[in-house]
Design a protein around this ligand. Structure first.
Ligand code: IPM
Ligand code: MG
Length: 365
């Protein structure tokens, strides 16, 4: 299979982690006889420094032409502490999501048994959890009109949704629920927000076309609580942009660390694959970042954008085997991990590639 893949490392630890995602793609193409060609582009703080624009036209052009995009991370502490900055790295990410029509953000909460103790939640609460979030990604308060009064003392962000924006992601979530355990929980705040009442109306309507799926509606505040109380009760979770942003960071603690979670942003065109973690400037360039979320994002790319199920399963298995062998990066180590098993970014990435080599002739379903 011939594919053009664009790598956008972005900011902070993005460069370090995408290096390993790319190496995994190279290994896969070698092992399975694919022809993956790579190009690279800039976005975020690095792009502001180089061009003044967080998403240069050239990057968008390359993105449109590629078959899939592997993205690293975005952001810089400099802007976090300066709310008055007009040009911000995150604008690059939001713009590319909008321009490429990436309206559905899939965030699987993949829980490796080996990491049950890495979470601050009790292992018996976590074991067996398997959640797939569908976070709407191109609407909501993220993209509504923003306003600041002339005297700077009043601000507003408009939360808005169109029916079609809710419909298209709802259909995708129901289709996924049918392939999984046939349970879907839609999360909103319909007791307060008009956008949520529209959301609930649309989900209720579409649910009728999927009578085999058990549909539940939950308020966001309750969902945030249930997620740590009894995460196993969830399977497919469908929610709006802002609620999904917050809930998935919370849910990352079920998987042990933000450093473990991959995501796929899809829509009508090119797919965009990225870890859910941020740029982590405090550890950037120190060989401390966990490359597994980037590697697992590659697995999602192989499966979702290219339909390469076997290759995707192979990558996930290599990650599982590396964890099974006891290797950990700092973020997923616990007080029982012996120091010689705590690896840096490069060493962890290399271990996953070694796990590939050891499984040359095994076929995973
Ligand atoms: C995410 C991030 C982004 C978001 C930021 C970096 C703009 O937190 O992908 O979850 O809020 O969507
Ligand atoms: Mg987020």
């Amino acid at each position: 299979m011939k594919k053009n893949i664009l790598i956008i490392p972005g900011d902070g630890i993005g460069q370090e982690v995408t290096t390993w995602g790319k190496k995994v793609l190279e290994k896969i193409s070698e092992k399975y006889g694919h022809d993956f060609a790579f190009d690279e582009a800039i976005m975020g703080h690095v792009a502001i420094e180089a061009t003044g624009n967080p998403l240069p036209d050239e990057t968008l052009e390359k993105a449109r032409k590629s078959d899939a995009i592997l993205f690293g991370a975005i952001g810089h502490a400099k802007y976090d502490n300066d709310p008055s900055a007009k040009v911000r790295p995150e604008q690059g990410l939001l713009k590319i999501r909008k321009e490429l029509g990436l309206y559905a953000n899939l965030r699987p909460i993949l829980l490796f048994d080996e990491l049950l103790n890495a979470s601050s939640l009790k292992p018996e609460i976590l074991k067996g959890t398997d959640i797939l979030f569908f976070r709407e990604l191109t609407g909501d308060v993220y993209f509504g009109e923003k306003h600041r009064s002339n005297d700077r003392n009043f601000a507003s962000d408009l939360m808005n949704y169109n029916r079609y924006e809710i419909e298209r992601i709802t259909i995708k979530a129901f289709e996924a629920a049918q392939r999984r355990s046939k349970r879907l929980c839609s999360v909103d705040k319909a007791n307060v927000l008009e956008t949520s009442r529209l959301w609930r109306e649309v989900v209720q309507e579409i649910a009728q076309q999927y009578p085999d799926v058990e549909t539940e509606h939950m308020f966001i505040d309750n969902a945030a609580m249930q997620l740590v109380k009894n995460p196993k009760k969830f399977d497919v979770v469908l929610t709006a942009n802002l609620f999904g942003d917050i809930l998935t960071d919370e849910a990352s603690q079920i998987a042990g660390s933000m450093g473990m979670l991959a995501s796929a942003s899809i829509g009508d065109g090119t797919g965009f694959f990225e870890p859910i973690h941020g740029s982590a400037h405090d550890i950037a360039g120190q060989n401390k970042a966990n490359p597994l979320a980037s590697i697992l994002s590659v697995a999602l790319m192989l499966e979702i954008s290219f339909g390469l199920k076997e290759e995707a399963a192979f990558v996930t298995k290599a990650v599982a085997d590396t964890l099974k062998a006891g290797f950990r990066t700092l973020d997923i180590a616990d007080n029982t991990t012996s120091p010689e098993l705590i690896l840096g970014t490069k060493e962890m990435g290399a271990k996953v590639l070694e796990a590939f080599a050891e499984k040359k002739n095994v076929v995973y379903s």
